[in-house]
Design a protein around this ligand. Structure first.
Ligand SMILES: Cc1ncc(COP(=O)(O)O)c(C=O)c1O
Length: 424
């Protein structure tokens, strides 16, 4: 369907056809939801053996009684696992509670209020603090910036990661840019993997930035592959060490989308110097993390092989849902310019760009036909997509049948909104 080549009469008749189809969807009174980037119950059940897995043995391999206070940086088994997952040194890992988001928040808090290099390095000593935000991105990262009054500057995403020229220009020219949010593998929401050149450029940003620059490297989807031989992600900490910028790297991941999303284990990777600073502050807020849950996880996932086998089970559940979404998009828009998208090899999201100015309308039309989508704009700082074109699709929770129905409606809404705009 090439909208530009249609006459007004043809557009009118297409609009009538699409409206009739739209009304038939409305009449079905469906309640479908593509908003939630969380595991389905079926996925959560893969880890139900966590419950009772300790069989009364609370001591870990070095004899620590995990029921007691202490161990601010977590148990040794989980440090080993975190180090293996991220490809870093074990002494550069802190194992936390159930949310990496909390660790990210606490790291921003540390950098903003106390500084990682003493009080003079605190960002709040500056008149203005800005973050580079690759867009579209993860809304909760943006919420952290908003909570601290940190001004967010959009940097466009490409299919190899943030636009490196735009990013380096920004960071070089404006020393008030103190940080950047990155989801380098299966980026939320575009699903792409940063290229090796992009990883190296971001790892080295601190060399061209103003003082106290930090890279928030949120590796939430590092082991969340859907295909057998996925693309690979370069090691940001290794690259930073080569460039002498290792103290600028704060790397995060968690088991939230590996085991139980609400009861997992989170990891922070940073240099020993940064970890020591962070632990000092953390030790004021807590006497230690939930080591019992860490031990449960260590028994369920004793090594990388066990983790990989576990992730394959997730992929078996998730992949057919991704395939349904991607084939629906390909069939409807593969031969026209009504929309564009990436085909992720992992992660939780598919990101769809409508023609400019239509995302809000598509989300609204879909909502009125029983398909709930993440609000348009949510993937941008301040909820403002300057081109009003990005829509995040999260197919993990609905059943296959529901995904199929939801995509039929989604496709209809994109076409309808585009045709109506052409007629307007
Ligand atoms: C990119 C990204 N980071 C972090 C999180 C949340 O992680 P956690 O559950 O470890 O706080 C999510 C959840 O959707 C995410 O998409």
């Amino acid at each position: 369907m090439n909208i530009q080549s249609l006459s007004t009469e043809q557009l009118q008749s297409l609009e009538q056809e699409l409206t009739a189809e739209y009304k038939s969807f409305q009449a079905q009174d469906l309640k479908l939801d593509l908003t939630r980037g969380k595991p389905s119950s079926e996925q959560l059940s893969l880890s139900d053996s966590l419950d009772g897995i300790l069989t009364g043995n609370y001591k870990n391999e070095d004899g620590t009684d995990t029921r007691n206070y202490g161990g601010i940086d977590g148990i040794i088994e989980m440090k080993r696992l975190g180090a293996a997952v991220l490809g870093v040194e074990q002494n550069e890992i802190l194992v936390g509670g159930n949310a990496s988001l909390t660790l990210m928040y606490q790291c921003v808090l540390q950098a903003y209020l106390f500084g990682f290099d003493g009080p003079d390095s605190a960002w709040n000593k500056e008149e203005k603090v800005k973050f580079a935000c690759p867009v579209p991105g993860y809304d909760r990262h943006f919420s952290i910036c908003e909570a601290f009054g940190i001004e967010m500057v959009n940097v466009p995403m490409t299919d190899t990661g943030p636009d490196i020229e735009a990013l380096t220009d920004l960071v070089k020219s404006d020393p008030s840019v103190k940080g950047i949010w990155c989801v380098p593998k299966y980026s939320n929401p575009t699903g792409i993997i940063y290229s090796d050149e992009t990883v190296a450029a971001i790892a080295g940003l601190a060399n061209i930035a103003g003082p106290n620059f930090k890279v928030f490297w949120d590796n939430a989807y590092i082991v969340h592959d859907l295909v057998a031989n996925p693309g690979t992600l370069a090691n940001v900490m290794a690259s930073a060490k080569e460039q002498g910028t290792q103290d600028s790297i704060l790397q995060f991941c968690s088991t939230s989308k590996i085991t139980h999303a609400g009861a997992g284990v989170a990891f922070l990777n940073a240099t020993e110097k940064n970890l020591a600073t962070f632990k000092k502050s953390l030790g004021i807020a807590t006497i230690g993390p939930d080591k019992i849950n860490q031990l449960r996880h260590a028994i369920l996932l004793p090594n990388m092989d066990a983790l990989a086998a576990h992730m394959r089970k997730h992929a078996e559940i998730l992949k057919p849902r991704f395939d349904l979404v991607l084939s629906a998009l390909q069939e409807a828009f593969g031969d026209n310019d009504l929309g564009s998208w990436e085909s992720p090899e992992g992660g939780y999201f598919i990101s769809f760009d409508t023609q400019p100015g239509l995302a809000k309308e598509v989300v609204s039309l879909a909502g009125q036909a029983g398909v709930k989508l993440t609000p348009a704009g949510a993937t941008f700082p301040y909820g403002e997509d300057p081109n009003d074109q990005n829509i995040r699709i999260a197919p993990s929770v609905p059943t296959l049948q529901e995904v199929e129905s939801a995509m039929q409606i989604f496709v209809n809404c994109v076409k309808l909104a585009t045709v109506r705009k052409a007629l307007a």
